[in-house]
Design a protein around this ligand. Sequence first.
Ligand code: ADP
Length: 154
Amino acid sequence: FNKEKERLFEPTEVLNLKVNDYKGHPIVVQKSSSVYDAIVQMFLEDVGTLYAVDSEGCLAGVISRKDLLRAAIGNKNLEDLPVSVIMTRMPNIITVKPEETLVQAAKKLVTNRIDSLPVVRELSNKSDSYEVIGRITKTTITKVYLEIAEQKSV
Ligand code: ADP
């Protein structure tokens, strides 16, 4: 009876969880990489989305499973096809900042019907240029939801 009660999440606390504390490791490829190598990388890293960067390391594109499937259907030589041709490009990429909340990230995932968001930091020397520092996926949000439901601290 005297056992200390497990810590419960307060609603305001749940709403304030920050992207920075839950972001995962981003898997990044050069935008000059071939579609073939991107497919191999996706399997090796066991992720559903790759982020493409330019030679300066700035976020240039997003490559999803279906982007790669579509490219594989329509093209014969996947080793000669760069991912820059098939990726979703800047400025059409939906990103999230580390200081935003998981609720804001979840809203972007749902309203844009996408599986993942690159977590980015704006590069001060160039406007509209971002460095990829993490990723938030639907799995990230689902895991946090479950841990809150099970009342464990995460
Ligand atoms: P899949 O295509 O495998 O179902 P998604 O639903 O995540 O995976 O992607 C759907 C489309 O949206 C793809 O063409 C992909 O390039 C694009 N996409 C994925 N994530 C983003 C993002 N963060 N911003 C903009 N476009 C994205």
